[in-house]
Design a protein around this ligand. Sequence first.
Ligand SMILES: [Zn+2]
Length: 139
Amino acid sequence: MIKYSLECNQSHTFDAWFSDSLNFEKQNKNNQISCPNCSSLKIKKSIMAPSIPSKNYKSDLLNEKKDKVEVVLSKVRKHVEDNFDYVGDKFADEARSMHYGEKEEREIYGETTIEDAVDLIEEGVNVKPMPGVDPKLKN
Ligand SMILES: [Zn+2]
């Protein structure tokens, strides 16, 4: 059984059950479906029914969420770029030096390999992936 939200040509909406979509098409074609409000036989499927969201409706919502996340991420990224020292591919060395007290601690960002990042984390260094940027892989 399929539940359809239907709409007549007077914009009345109502729900009805059908065994399948063909059954709906057939009944509608034979004028066997009528609007409970005005008895109109001009019935179509209502596309705005919240119980049957269209694919576009879903992806719009997802895109909206994604946009918001990207705004937040780009703000964090801007903060990092404005306030942290960029150390390029010396990131692992710098982070390690600071961790072991060889250098004064400061906030840095840069590039490192996944292997180095894993090593750093295992050594207890506070490493976080830069938001909004794909990690650069080097082998
Ligand atoms: Zn109606």
